[in-house]
Design a protein around this ligand. Sequence first.
Ligand code: DGL
Length: 286
Amino acid sequence: VDPVRPGTAVNARDLPIGVFDSGVGGLTVLKELHRQLPGESTLYLGDEARMPYGPRPAAEVLTFTREALAWFAARDVKLLVIACNTASAVALEAVREETRMPIIGVVRPGAAAALSASSRRAIGVMATAGTVQSSAYVRALKDLDPFVEVHQQPCPRLVPMVEAGEFDTPMAADAIEEYIGWMVQGEPALVDTLLLGCTHYPLLRPAISKVVGPSIRVVDSATTTAYAVREVLASHGLLRQPPGAAHRIFTTSDTDQFRRVARTLFGEDLPAVEEVRLPLEPVVGN
Ligand code: DGL
């Protein structure tokens, strides 16, 4: 029997998956969702006008996340993915208590992936300042394995570098080495697994791999989050099969700016991008 939303004729299975990010970087998660779940429709919201979230105080990230959630609540999504590591780390626990919308963040799936990749259970986390300060990855890792050793490193220069198109360049390599050299070099290195705890870092993978060498595993949360989404939808009979998936992308910035950054990051042109303003205008009663 198809799960049908009460009071509507819409099959819940056909509703889109919502994906929220502070900007363009969450497209790494969106792409992985499209790859693993080709039958699913998606609705992406990037708060590009107010990115980066990484250096912002937690209270501000929480407010912005609440505003994004209100936008998704006014639409129908069957599940919301918070693709932004900073928003997942800082706001997910709080917003979960405030809404009935099912939400998956990237922290827990990323932590689980790092643990299964790690043999010595010594994990390094690269993330934004906000994510590191929240200790969300440390908590998630220790929830899953209280013996795990975790080393964190905030990498505030990496997001602006990626957005400027600096991926596999000497400048990128220098910054990465400066940030994580202390945990990945030496025999044995302090960590055996490196967790890329930010939407933008998968784009730096080639440069990061050169700094860490072949003996350290590099794990990102995009792949495992998509996998977690598939598991949870399957277990509730909510997986949708192709064909007929529809995708929409919204940004709070000028759409040309969003498409420009997306082109720098992914080397391809996005289809139509639509503009939205946050916070939503309050509905005036009459
Ligand atoms: N999306 C953010 C994250 O994954 C990175 C960009 C930002 O700081 O807003 O933490």
